[in-house]
Write a protein that binds this ligand. Structure first.
Ligand code: ZN
Length: 114
């Protein structure tokens, strides 16, 4: 009980270190056509390697763009993080929920305007 903050982990999105209790653990579970399905593990009880991420869509975006989940979990192939994104969206945003959800798939918008 000398370390109430518990273990420290690095967010795979923004790469900042934070107490594990402030981060969402993400694990790879089922495989679908060679694609590993990533799911949030809020209770941190699932077996296997975990990636840690702030419960923040911005960190998710950073991690997804860098393929950080696959690297952190040492996945050989592609990863489907859709369930993680939905989980974060459901948590809402601490700033008041004004963030608009991506109405395209969120993958094709990067190059269009800049
Ligand atoms: Zn982060």
């Amino acid at each position: 009980m000398l370390t109430p903050a518990g273990p420290v982990r690095t967010c795979v999105g923004c790469r900042r270190r934070a107490p594990a209790s402030e981060l969402v653990r993400i694990v790879g579970t089922a495989h679908r056509d060679g694609v590993t399905v990533l799911v949030p593990d809020p209770t941190r009880t699932r077996p296997g390697r975990g990636a840690h991420l702030h419960p923040d869509p911005a960190c998710y975006t950073l991690a997804d763009r860098r393929h950080a989940f696959g690297r952190a979990l040492r996945l050989a192939g592609a990863a489907d993080a859709g369930e993680v994104r939905e989980y974060l969206a459901r948590l809402g945003t601490p700033d008041g929920g004004a963030v608009a959800p991506p109405d395209t798939q969120g993958r094709t918008t990067d190059m269009s305007t800049r």
